[in-house]
Design a protein around this ligand. Structure first.
Ligand code: PGA
Length: 257
């Protein structure tokens, strides 16, 4: 099966409901005109999801959340359950983003539980992994990524593995303006595929889409998109302005259409 290509915006803690609705109304219109076949998605903050879904005419934009609670309901102050997300038309969820792992101390065990719950709930998990600058400098890039990937995927039923999307987001490139080179990205993605095949079974690594994230913008997206083993992008800063995100869509059109 051919892997799909994805362009996903991660709005982080930006945009009010009003701004989200306006953005989605304009952006979904442009996406519809382009007849994009692969997934162009955006993950607004929880409080803007409802407004975003109202602006998302024809459901042209794949709607996602940036995180999700560990359980379906109950005593989990401050958390949001998968069914609550689905109520607003959410179809994918970003899990284990480096800001969740590092600022909010989310463990790989928690990410693993969320991956299973997301799949059970019919949400597509986008699982983020990536090394810090020091870890890369010390030659530990793959050791770190393997320690994040293995727990996240090992409990997943065989038939669900290809529903998962992985996002390789080196921390030194997220929000810094420093972007990994296409060669660096290709090498890590290839090593991830080989590792997935080794621990999960024949061919698994070739079936899972692996996105790159970290300072992707209109000046680097084309060279990154043509790198081998890259199935799309998770985009922070450059997804916040319509013209910037539309330009990424246009620059990767041959992969998206
Ligand atoms: P950035 O963020 O594109 O602003 O570097 C990417 C992300 O955190 O997903």
């Amino acid at each position: 099966m051919k892997r799909a290509f994805y362009l996903i915006g991660n709005w982080k803690m930006n945009k009010s409901s009003g701004e989200a609705k306006e953005f989605f109304a304009t952006f979904s219109n442009q996406i519809q005109k382009l007849q994009v076949k692969n997934r162009v998605g955006i993950a607004p903050p929880f409080t803007s999801l409802h407004a975003a879904s109202l602006g998302n005419t024809g459901g042209a934009v794949w709607l996602g959340a940036q995180n999700m609670g560990l359980k379906e309901s109950g005593a989990h102050t401050g958390e949001v359950a998968p069914s609550m997300l689905k109520e607003h038309g959410v179809e994918f969820v970003i899990l284990g983003h480096s800001e969740r792992r590092h600022i909010y101390r989310e463990s790989s065990g928690m990410v693993a539980d969320k991956v299973l719950l997301a799949l059970q709930s019919g949400l597509t998990p986008i699982v983020c992994v990536g090394e810090t600058e020091k870890e890369r400098h010390d030659g530990n890039t793959m050791q770190v990524i393997r320690s994040e990937l293995e727990p996240a995927l090992k409990g997943v039923a065989e038939q669900d593995l290809e529903k998962i999307i992985i996002a390789y987001e080196p921390l030194w490139a997220v929000g810094t303006g420093k972007v990994a080179t296409p060669e660096e990205v290709s090498l890590v993605h290839r090593q991830c595929r080989d590792f997935l095949t080794q621990v999960l079974g024949e061919g698994v690594g070739e079936k899972i889409s692996i996105l790159y994230g970290g300072s992707v913008n209109s000046s680097n997206v084309e060279s990154l998109a043509s790198a081998s083993d890259v199935d799309g992008f998770l985009v922070g800063g450059a997804s916040l302005k319509i013209e910037d995100f539309v330009s990424l869509v246009n620059l990767t059109k041959d992969k998206l259409l």
